[in-house]
Design a protein around this ligand. Structure first.
Ligand SMILES: Nc1ncnc2c1ncn2[C@@H]1O[C@H](COP(=O)(O)OP(=O)(O)OP(=O)(O)O)[C@@H](O)[C@H]1O
Ligand SMILES: [Mg+2]
Length: 317
């Protein structure tokens, strides 16, 4: 596990096991295209806050665009899938990302042809679509087949690889089309760490260690002790994005607390409560002195439900 830090939680990249595994898959998709393999697809799945966008941004930053005599080269074209995408909306979003100033001009056929030509001219190797669950209609659970088909045609005609990322249910888009399914390798799921799994515990502690060591402005007890790590696990649901939010809140709070850099359990409790919208009852004061730090099956089960949007009334998926 390595960490690059510039003293701020937002700019560190923790290379925990699954992050490295997913990154390798993205790299080999890219390399495959460079080496002339058939277009391949990779799906990065995970609950909200598992770090999908962070991973994609990190990967994207390794292959920046460059301007040369023969125009702009863009190895990676990255978009967030428009919400409720139409074929036109998707094509325009991709045209815009590749730098076409006339992205909304012309008929759909003209735009699609232009997109394929621009992808070739920019020597694009991979197209990334984040928020891929937008291909599934929210209310009706229906896949936007026409848009998915168009995407397949664009990818095929331009010879790029396709990386998609989203909430786990976006798998249904890939499964909905046999030709899509055949082109995708097995998906990678970024984890919600589970305290009852020892590898997960070790990785979670590694993340706490990396984040703690990037915060030179604050001193705290050792967060990798079983007790502190379990408190953080309960406060975050084992989701790296929520751990980051607690630290970000703590940094703000400590900046307002002049004269001390020592963060106490009370400071951590206040930061956790402020940072999280949906702390389950009974686990809503995870850093208080009264909090029972014995990891029971029941508590672990409830913690793993943090961030599960299926549990929210009115959100049927
Ligand atoms: N590998 C990592 N190293 C350091 N920080 C990370 C890492 N992964 C995620 N984070 C932190 O977690 C935050 C949330 O991650 P991110 O936005 O990527 O989640 P997500 O899975 O895309 O969620 P959503 O599904 O809601 O879009 C990031 O802003 C970042 O602060
Ligand atoms: Mg995201």
């Amino acid at each position: 596990m390595t960490v690059k830090s510039d003293n701020s939680i937002k700019s560190i990249h923790v290379h925990y096991n699954q992050f490295n595994y997913a990154l390798n898959k993205l790299e080999s998709c890219y390399e495959g295209i460079v080496n002339g393999d058939d277009s391949r697809g990779v799906a990065i799945l995970g609950r909200s806050g598992t770090g999908k966008t962070h991973l994609l941004n990190y990967f994207h930053s390794k292959y920046p665009s460059s301007r040369g005599n023969d125009g702009t080269k863009m190895p990676i074209v990255y978009i967030k899938t428009p919400s409720s995408p139409t074929v036109k909306g998707l094509v325009e979003a991709l045209l815009h990302a590749i730098g076409d100033p006339l992205f909304n001009k012309g008929t759909l056929t003209e735009k699609s042809t232009r997109l394929v030509n621009l992808l070739k001219r920019a020597d694009a190797k991979v197209v990334i679509l984040d928020e891929f669950q937008h291909f599934v209609d929210k209310g009706g659970r229906k896949v936007q087949y026409a848009v998915a088909d168009e995407l397949k045609v664009i990818v095929e005609n331009s010879g790029v690889g396709l990386i998609v990322s989203g909430l786990p249910y976006c798998q249904s888009v890939i499964m909905s089309n046999e030709q899509f399914t055949r082109r995708f390798s097995s998906p990678v799921t970024l984890p919600q760490f589970d305290w009852s799994v020892s590898d997960d515990r070790a990785n979670f502690k590694g993340i706490l260690k990396a984040m703690q060591s990037s915060l030179e402005s604050i001193s705290m007890p050792d967060l990798t002790s079983d007790e502190m790590a379990f408190r953080f696990y309960c406060a975050s649901g084992g989701l790296i994005g929520r751990v980051a939010n607690i630290f970000i809140q703590l940094v703000k709070d400590m900046a307002n607390k002049h004269g001390t850099k020592d963060a106490t359990l009370d400071d951590l409790n206040a930061a956790a409560k402020e940072a999280c919208f949906d702390m389950p009852l009974g686990i809503d004061n995870p850093f208080s002195r009264q909090f029972d730090v014995k990891p029971t099956k029941e508590v672990t089960h409830r913690v793993m439900e943090i961030g599960d949007e299926r549990g929210v009334v009115g959100l049927e998926r």
